[in-house]
Write a new protein. Structure first.
Length: 661
């Protein structure tokens, strides 16, 4: 494992029913291939050494002997390989036969896991041949009561077989467990207990036959179990070559991480297949650490057996996944539904606040930029949901020393087309007077020059709200809160911040979604195409606070991303640092892959350092944040998801950033 990633493989080998020599040779070829790809653990299907569909041949001593001999061959084959192999075979213990998974590493049989739930319904008759692992449980009051299980000799090796959960621990601390096929389908899957006693990953050796509609159910089952146990789940089920006497095995190689599908094989392939994926162990452990429900389950866990694995040589690491560069933006297949839901959350939050306070007026500073546009759209939708007259919404444009004609025109058009009350109050004279009062040179475009304008605008909005008996709707977004890109007691302050949970990269998609769905959102003006055009132009407008003078052509001169860095990078950093608590070194590796071809390493390092520095330094602004709704998995509310001292030291994070390269 490196950078928290654990490389696994689910294999579907070519198989001949009861031809053990053929089966083991096919598996050896796949093991060698996997080891060459840096795989740390590979799992094969249920009863893979013999084939699952041997039926009454499992009663033949010759088949059982040859299966054990094949396991011995695998032990010899793996002596000099740095890979753990999980294979299936029948094992006789005393007078009973068990459907088992054997764990093999570097010529050693590390452990043996017996199947617990044996299907004996429909097309399955496993109880005809096999006993459940529960028979390994000592009977109450017997001499063996209290013992963990039985020690058997298999392939010349003593190994414990037990009814208790077994957790295998790799040399670098990854913990994994095993269940077999029907175990997953049971009301109490062994993977439940494996997870709460620490297994990060569960491997499943399976033999699932194909029925119409069954695969969709299987995928749902695997993903839900992985999500419920906050684990990686690696599933391998037999395919072409198994008997088709009465059923067909389509072959499944599936890897899931906390409910998210990482990869899957092609079903009904006539060729061997192997799917390799990397499971993020750091992410899983961060999720478990933060989930108090999981913690409660751990407190109720029972006894288990821990098995240590051998150390391996470090190999060159290559990240196999490409993280989504825009983790806050919903995937295309569900984007519209997700964007609609986010708007519903924002609207519901504001509507409750308006209803509770009895407010029939809202005041918003309209700049013609992304944030104020989204806040205005949400406010109009909330008013209409409550049956309030949208004329009660007072939109205030406050042209100042850096206002461009493009944003000013868009602000005017938005208010006119949405039918709200529009006011324009220039801040130029008031700010000039303020500069004179405090003795500031207006030619000095420093932080005083910029913040004086932001605070003047906030004062106007608050006083207008007093005039009309309304509330000031905040427009600042999640990305700005993370960076502290807001003037303290300026645009930082409002009476309800509808965008507080929405990152900048998502706001663009929300405004674009509204532009093309005016009718369904009940925002349709007299000329819908005009509003659509304005909203799309807002999306394309460079992001700017417009606090320094525009250029000679009246265009935006001050561009936020030139100053603070690309928002897509900062939102990426925000997601992984806040969502999972990842250190800068891991975020850097993920960003390298996600933004390959877009930003070089020095650029990523520079802005990651900026993010960490600003995130710590600007916490004081978040500590006194106005109310606002959480809409996604990351929130910076000091009353909710993020509680951090304003004077915390950033030295550890900045030092790690400096070492990146």
């Amino acid at each position: 494992m490196k950078h928290g990633f654990f490389t696994v493989a689910a294999a579907i080998p070519a198989v001949r029913v009861a031809d053990v020599q053929y089966n083991v040779s096919e598996m050896e070829a796949m093991i060698a291939q996997a080891e060459g790809q840096g795989v740390e653990v590979i799992v094969f299907p249920e009863l893979s050494l013999t084939g699952y569909s041997c039926q009454d041949l499992f009663r033949q001593q010759l088949l059982l002997d040859k299966a054990e001999a094949a396991l011995l061959m695998l032990l010899d084959f793996t002596r000099k390989l740095d890979i753990i192999c999980i294979v299936g075979l029948p094992v006789r213990i005393d007078s009973l036969l068990y459907n088992c998974a054997a764990v093999v590493q570097q010529g050693t049989l590390l452990g043996l896991v017996a199947k617990t739930y044996l299907p004996n319904y429909g097309e399955f008759y496993e109880k005809r041949w096999f006993a459940s692992s529960t028979t390994l449980r000592p009977q109450s009051g017997s001499v063996a009561a209290g013992r963990q299980g039985k020690t058997v000799y298999l392939a010349g090796t003593p190994v414990l077989v037990t009814h208790q959960p077994q957790v295998f621990v790799t040399a670098d601390g990854v913990r994994f467990g095993i269940e077999i096929c029907e175990d997953l389908w049971a009301p109490l899957p062994p993977s439940n207990q494996l997870a709460v006693v620490g297994a990060d990953v569960v491997f499943n050796l399976s033999a699932t036959d194909e029925l119409s509609g069954k695969h969709q159910y299987l995928m749902s089952l695997i993903r839900q179990q992985s999500a419920r146990t906050i684990s990686g789940y690696v599933y391998s089920s037999c395919g072409f070559g198994e008997s088709t006497q009465d059923v067909v095995y389509g072959g499944n190689a599936i890897v899931v991480e906390n409910g998210r599908l990482l990869c899957e094989a092609e079903r009904f392939s006539f060729k061997p297949q192997m799917r390799v994926a990397q499971i993020d162990i750091d992410m899983l452990r961060a999720e478990r650490q933060n989930n108090t429900t999981f913690r409660t389950a751990v407190e109720q866990s029972g006894p288990y057996v821990e098995v240590g694995c051998k150390p391996v040589q470090q190999r060159e690491f290559r990240l196999l996944r490409r993280p989504d560069p825009h983790p806050f933006v919903p995937a295309d297949g569900v984007k519209d539904q997700a964007l609609s839901e986010i708007l519903d959350i924002q609207v519901a939050g504001l509507a409750k606040r308006l209803h509770h306070t009895g407010c029939r007026h809202a005041v918003i500073g309209i700049s013609g930029g992304l944030d104020s546009t989204l806040a205005l759209l949400v406010t109009v939708m909330a008013f209409r949901k409550l049956g309030l007259d949208v004329k009660g919404i007072v939109g205030v444009t406050m042209p100042g020393l850096g206002t461009s004609s493009r944003t000013h025109d868009n602000a005017d058009k938005e208010m006119q087309l949405l039918g709200i009350t529009a006011r324009e109050i220039s801040i130029a004279k008031a700010v000039a007077q303020h500069f004179e009062d405090i003795g500031h040179d207006p030619g000095q475009h420093d932080v005083t020059y910029e913040n004086a304008q932001a605070r003047e605008r906030t004062q106007i909005l608050m006083d207008v709200a007093n005039q009309v008996g309304g509330m000031v709707i905040g427009t600042g977004d999640l990305s700005e809160l993370a960076l502290g890109w807001a003037t303290y007691n300026g645009d930082h302050m409002s009476m309800y911040g509808v965008n507080a949970g929405v990152p900048k990269t998502l706001i663009q998609h929300l405004v674009r979604y509204v532009a093309f769905n005016l009718e369904s959102l009940q925002l349709q003006p007299a000329v819908p195409s005009q509003l659509t055009q304005v909203l799309l132009d807002v999306v394309e407008t460079p992001i700017s606070p417009e606090l320094t003078p525009a250029d000679t052509d009246g265009r935006i001169a001050q561009k936020t991303e030139d100053l603070v860095g690309p928002y897509e990078l900062h939102d990426f950093f925000l997601y992984y640092i806040l969502r999972y608590g990842f250190p800068p070194r891991k975020v850097f590796v993920l960003a390298q892959q996600a933004f390959s071809g877009m930003y070089d390493d020095e650029t990523i390092k520079h802005w990651l350092t900026t993010f960490c520095r600003r995130f710590f330094a600007q916490q004081f602004k978040r500590s006194c944040l106005p109310d606002g709704p959480k809409v996604g998995i990351v929130s910076l509310s000091p009353r909710g998801d993020w509680r951090m001292p304003s004077d915390a030291c950033s030295a550890l994070w900045l030092k790690e950033c400096e070492a990146l390269g």
